[in-house]
Design a protein around this ligand. Structure first.
Ligand code: SF4
Ligand code: SF4
Length: 300
């Protein structure tokens, strides 16, 4: 991250905390819900299967930028499936950069070649060791790791959604992150139980055990892109929700925090680490603030 971007984000944080503002800083644009996978824990793939038009996504970028968003994520479905005529995911990342977004990240399932050095981070879902990952995501583990090894930049961050199937594979994913070329870090979430995937939700005791393992791995030097200071809040689901500084745009519709905001009662069971980390940060939690400064400077 450029030093000027760092100071911009710090000054946004200070203003938000001191003045109690709720302006957004982090935005996600869903470019499509089309996906080549049907993961067991997923409730959002292939509902419309539309690749949203380039002009529309560009307008959404402009709208988010005008609202003050400076950290942008492109998300799916599977983002690498998106195209519109000559335009590809790379077009969107480059346009976002030209527009002035300070951090531009992409979320992917990793089953397509990873040639996107223009993105700050490629958040790539790896949900366990081979056995557990494949149990959730189909037989994709070996192909994904081959794509990671062949990637053209060191901008990959594994993204693991921990659930009842893979809760014992946290250590394996940390070790894979440490050993695999082009991987900067691993970031965790707990499964957020949509009505059709409640059976995968972790209990409080299971979440505590998972956080203990993640903490041990951090102590052993594993590259974990999360904040330990937020773990107690995640275990007990006692962080404020939704995150007012985060917005998501899908097909022209703007939502606060996530598209999941429309599912009744889901925010009380939210498993997204970023929601805990950002809401605690903007409430002025000193331990979270200090750890976030250190972590973001290390990985972005
Ligand atoms: S890759 Fe992502 S969008 Fe596709 S089915 Fe899996 S979780 Fe859902
Ligand atoms: S469940 Fe609620 S708090 Fe969690 S990401 Fe979705 S909208 Fe945000």
């Amino acid at each position: 991250m450029k030093i000027s971007s760092f100071f911009y984000l710090v000054s946004f944080g200070v203003r938000t905390i001191l003045l109690g503002k709720e302006d957004p800083i982090l935005g996600t644009i869903i470019v499509t819900d089309r996906c080549n996978l049907h993961c067991k824990h997923c409730s959002v793939n292939n509902i419309s299967s539309v690749l949203y038009p380039h002009d529309q996504i560009r307008r959404e970028m402009e709208q988010l930028y005008a609202m003050g968003v400076r950290i942008l994520f492109f998300c799916g479905g599977e983002t690498f499936l998106w195209r519109d005529g000559p335009h590809t995911l790379r077009t969107l990342v480059l346009e976002a950069r030209e527009m002035g977004f300070l951090i531009v990240n992409v979320v992917t399932n990793g089953t397509f070649p990873l040639d996107l050095p223009e993105a700050d981070l490629i958040l790539l879902s790896l949900d366990g060791d081979r056995e557990r990952h494949n149990a959730i995501r189909g037989d994709t583990y070996d192909a994904i790791l081959e794509n990671v090894r062949r990637a053209t930049a060191d901008n990959i961050c594994f993204y693991m959604a921990v659930n009842r199937i893979n809760r014992d594979a946290i250590r394996a994913v940390c070790e894979t992150a440490r050993e695999t070329p082009h991987v900067k870090a691993v970031s965790f979430n707990f499964h957020t139980p949509y009505p059709d995937t409640r059976d995968l939700a972790l209990t409080r005791a299971e979440k505590a055990a998972c956080c203990a393992v993640i903490g041990e791995m951090m102590e052993e030097g594993a590259p974990v892109f999360n904040l330990r200071s937020a773990f107690p809040y995640l275990i007990d689901n006692r962080f404020p929700t939704p995150c007012r500084q985060c917005v998501v745009m899908e097909n022209g519709k703007l939502s606060t925090c996530g598209r999941c905001i429309e599912v009744p009662g889901l925010c009380e069971e939210c498993g997204y680490f970023f929601v805990a980390e950002y809401t605690l940060l903007f409430r002025g939690n000193v331990r979270v603030i200090l750890e976030m400064l250190k972590t973001y400077l290390r990985y972005i």
